[in-house]
Design a protein around this ligand. Structure first.
Ligand code: ZN
Length: 152
């Protein structure tokens, strides 16, 4: 079990495009485990991208309504619709904003065995994937948000 400190805005790693994972090694499995442990320890988070624990690599985990996903080199291959909803981010504590995103997405990536997986997501789950994949490009939700506000 390894819970990392979550990197917060101001740290330039959050602004760098993350590196593609070229080879599935045991370290990639460890990275996914550490992301999961850190996400679970956060209690409020629903997703986490590797740059948020200070590792500039293309890996994300998502935990939403009893479903858990982990993806290496995830990419959005199709998008449908548009919806605006409230988002926050563990790396931008105390801030919420309204973000417009696709309602449905298809995401492809690799699992920890290096096999290709395709996920169809809708609604808030689709939103989480879009938010986490943005992190891999150095994009934060506050870049896209309107009505940004501070919360306690
Ligand atoms: Zn985030």
């Amino acid at each position: 079990m390894a819970v990392y400190q979550i990197v917060e805005t101001g740290d330039e790693i959050l602004r760098m495009p993350a590196k593609k994972i070229e080879k599935i090694t045991p370290n990639v499995g460890k990275l996914l485990d550490n992301l999961r442990d850190t996400l679970e320890a956060s209690e409020t988070g629903v997703g986490l991208a590797a740059p948020q624990i200070g590792i500039s690599k293309r890996a994300i985990v998502v935990s939403y309504e009893e479903e858990y996903y982990e993806l290496i080199n995830p990419e959005i291959v199709s998008k449908e619709g548009e919806d605006t909803d409230t988002e926050g981010c563990l790396s931008v504590p105390g801030v919420l904003g309204e973000v417009t995103r696709a309602v449905k997405v298809q995401v492809v990536g690799l699992n920890r065995q290096g096999e290709e997986v395709k996920i169809k997501a809708e609604g808030f789950l689709a939103r989480i994937f879009q938010h986490e994949i943005d992190h891999l490009e150095g994009i934060l939700f506050i870049d896209r948000a309107e009505k940004i506000r501070r919360v306690e």
